[in-house]
Design a protein around this ligand. Structure first.
Ligand SMILES: [Zn+2]
Ligand SMILES: [Zn+2]
Length: 136
């Protein structure tokens, strides 16, 4: 099991299986949410993630476009949220307490990255979403 928690510890979860490497999203919404150059997320099937505490501390903010983020009501940390299609969670890699044993698999929305964002590493870069995926 890989465990994760928010900054205040009010929300804790664990998961048994991730089905993607770490995806780095450089879009403007993810920059706002993370306060950083990009958001780091992995995808975990819904049935493979278990909330250990604080499930009721989760708060959702949705833009009029439908773009959503889920965070801890107490400390503001990003926490796992269900994909719009359901069935799986986006899990913010930065809130994991254990080493997920994953590496960065790719960068998306590179075309809208911040001017000061220097992308390191050799993972593939996509100007927009992955083919066949909608914008997060
Ligand atoms: Zn918290
Ligand atoms: Zn994004």
């Amino acid at each position: 099991m890989i465990r994760g928690s928010c900054l205040c510890g009010g929300i804790q979860f664990e998961y048994s299986r991730a089905v993607t490497p770490i995806g780095m999203c450089h879009c403007s919404q993810c920059r706002k949410v993370s306060g950083a150059a990009s958001n780091a997320v992995i995808v975990v099937p819904e049935g493979d993630l278990k909330w250990l505490r604080g499930e009721d501390l989760r708060q959702v903010y949705a833009k009029p476009t439908g773009w959503r983020t889920t965070f801890c009501r107490t400390c503001g940390s990003s926490v796992p949220q269900l994909l719009p299609t359901g069935g799986a969670y986006w899990v913010p890699a930065g809130v994991l307490d254990d080493d997920p044993g994953l590496r960065v698999g790719g960068h998306i929305f590179v075309a809208s990255r911040a001017s000061w964002d220097e992308i390191a590493g050799s993972a593939p870069q996509f100007q927009e979403a992955l083919p066949g995926r909608t914008k997060r």
